[in-house]
Design a protein around this ligand. Structure first.
Ligand SMILES: Nc1ncnc2c1ncn2[C@@H]1O[C@H](COP(=O)(O)OP(=O)(O)OP(=O)(O)O)[C@@H](O)[C@H]1O
Ligand SMILES: [Mg+2]
Length: 498
């Protein structure tokens, strides 16, 4: 009942209880209803008992007819010409009619795909309802019965996504608790329940059948771009549903963490490439490994290598810029840098943050931490964005006063749930969002905590070295040409004023 109602857009959730399909006793629940009353018949049972049995059998039959409505409907349509033909004495015409319908269904691509999708959806709904009923019958404590109506089913690379509605008396929290047990009944990889933030009765349930992130992400959509804007969302990868994931940087700072070789520098390169292709962005590169960001040096306004003193000089200049900007914002009665304010964004990229916090003189290290903290804390409105990658974001490496200021967190593969939590923030691993269960072979897979309420699992796009070199060369040419145009414009203006 619930299945058909959901398909036809009616309220499906209350019907099963009215039909008595979904009592915790399930199919067996109706057998005892007639005991203790009625007139004994000649087979030894009361007529009330017999009536109960017949009712249960009929209801079971009705439910199956309803559940298999799509298949039965298709069968009825396909065989209708044969039946009608036979009734009218034209069996051959009828047979040809049915054959034609079957050929259309199987032979015409869009029809076949439509039928395949509809059948998959019907099967998914049946499996779901069967699993929820089975759990209700098992009375595990996680779910006490009551049908969870399926409003829609969408097929995704990872499996299926169901929009569901819990019955009156139940809660989405109950469903979340039952997720593990439902996964067992369905014999799939995982059941994930996400509550609808706007409706306590609704939830989105992902039936994860396979790891969609085991295959490499598609090519970066901006690989061929001539020019980009750092104000726009940056495509960084695909999520488990195969949907693009984007990151919007202005007014944000990003901390990337993960074990060696997890894909931090590769993920950083997507953000740096975007900034490089925006000639209005001032790029500042701090490369604790010297080679990771070297390809972008031709697009950078300033760079620092392994020396902490150099990094401090760079950050100190930026801080002076930031203070000057706030004065200019104040003079213009503006509160922050906006796309039309004419002030360029500054992108500060630090690969291997821990290097600068662990090496060199203590005084230098302390100064670095203080300059960083100040930039991350106050840089937002001044258009200064800091993105930093590190293998070790633990508090003994990165002061928590600094780490906690990063709004966006991106955890690539980590060795332990605790390590994952140091990147994403305390408590996420306990809620099932951890980068410690990522297969080490799946590089670039991670958990990204950004705009949404919870981290999302994604695989980042990957730019190999030749592609990086091509993009960097294109960005350098673009920047040179824009700088040339600006110079020509400035000279013309000076001559006019003379
Ligand atoms: N998204 C991705 N898709 C496919 N392969 C990737 C991806 N990201 C990284 N890799 C592979 O993993 C390798 C290591 O990546 P990367 O250098 O970014 O790791 P890292 O986390 O920065 O390591 P380290 O901490 O040692 O600097 C890359 O050279 C590349 O071969
Ligand atoms: Mg790296």
């Amino acid at each position: 009942m619930a299945e058909r109602s959901a398909q036809s857009g009616h309220e499906p959730h209350d019907a099963p209880a009215a039909w008595g399909f979904d009592s915790p006793g399930g199919w067996g629940g109706g057998y005892g209803t007639g005991s203790g009353g009625g007139i004994p018949d000649r087979f030894g049972g009361s007529s009330a008992q017999q009536g109960g049995v017949i009712a249960v059998v009929l209801l079971g039959l009705a439910r199956n007819v309803w559940a298999f409505g799509l298949e039965l409907g298709a069968l009825a349509v396909l065989t209708a010409p044969v039946v009608l033909g036979a009734a009218r004495g034209w069996p051959i015409v009828g047979g040809l009619g049915s054959g034609l319908l079957l050929a259309l269904l199987l032979g015409v691509g869009p029809m076949r795909r439509l039928a395949g999708r509809a059948r998959h959806e019907a099967m998914t709904r049946r499996c779901w309802h069967r699993a929820v009923r089975a759990l209700g019958r098992a009375n595990t404590g996680a779910w006490h019965g009551g049908q969870v109506a399926v409003r829609s089913v969408a097929r995704r690379p990872a499996g299926d996504v169901l929009d569901v509605r819990v019955p009156v008396g139940g809660t989405v929290a109950d469903l979340e608790k039952a997720a593990e047990a439902l996964g067992v009944v369905l014999e799939i990889r995982q059941v994930r329940v996400r509550r609808d933030p706007d409706n306590a009765r609704q939830a989105r349930v992902s039936l994860i059948r396979r790891d969609p992130l085991s295959a490499a992400a598609p090519a970066w959509p901006h690989t061929e771009a001539e020019r980009l804007s750092l104000w726009e969302p940056i495509p960084v990868g695909v999520d488990e549903d195969g949907q693009p994931v984007t990151l919007t940087l202005p007014e944000r700072n990003v901390l990337l963490g993960g074990e060696p070789g997890a894909g931090k520098s590769a993920a950083l390169s997507l953000l740096v490439a975007t900034a490089a292709l925006d000639p209005n962005v001032r790029l500042h590169l701090l490369d604790g490994k010297l080679v990771e960001l070297a390809g972008w040096a031709g697009c950078a306004d300033s760079t620092a290598g392994v020396q902490v003193e150099d990094a401090n000089l760079l950050l100190a200049r930026l801080r002076a810029d930031m203070d000057a900007r706030y004065l200019s914002l104040l003079a213009n009665r503006a509160r922050k840098v906006a796309p039309d304010s004419g002030l360029p964004l500054h992108l500060v990229v630090i690969d291997e943050l821990a290097h600068y916090l662990l090496n060199g003189e203590r005084k230098e290290r302390t100064l670095f931490a203080e300059l960083m903290r100040d930039l991350v804390a106050r840089g937002r409105a001044a258009g200064i964005i800091v993105i930093a990658a590190t293998q070790k974001p633990q508090h003994d490496v990165i002061p928590t006063a600094l780490r906690d200021l990063f709004g966006f967190r991106w955890a690539l593969r980590c060795s332990t749930p605790q390590a994952s939590d140091t990147v994403l923030g305390a408590g996420w691993a306990g809620q099932g969002h951890t980068a410690s269960d990522i297969d080490s072979a799946h590089r670039g897979v991670g958990q990204l905590l950004h705009e949404g309420a919870q981290p999302i699992r994604l695989r980042s796009h990957y730019l190999d070295d030749p592609t990086l070199a091509t993009i960097a060369a294109r960005a350098e040419t673009l920047r040179r040409s824009v700088a040339g145009q600006q110079l020509t414009g400035d000279t013309a203006q000076q001559e006019q004023t003379r």
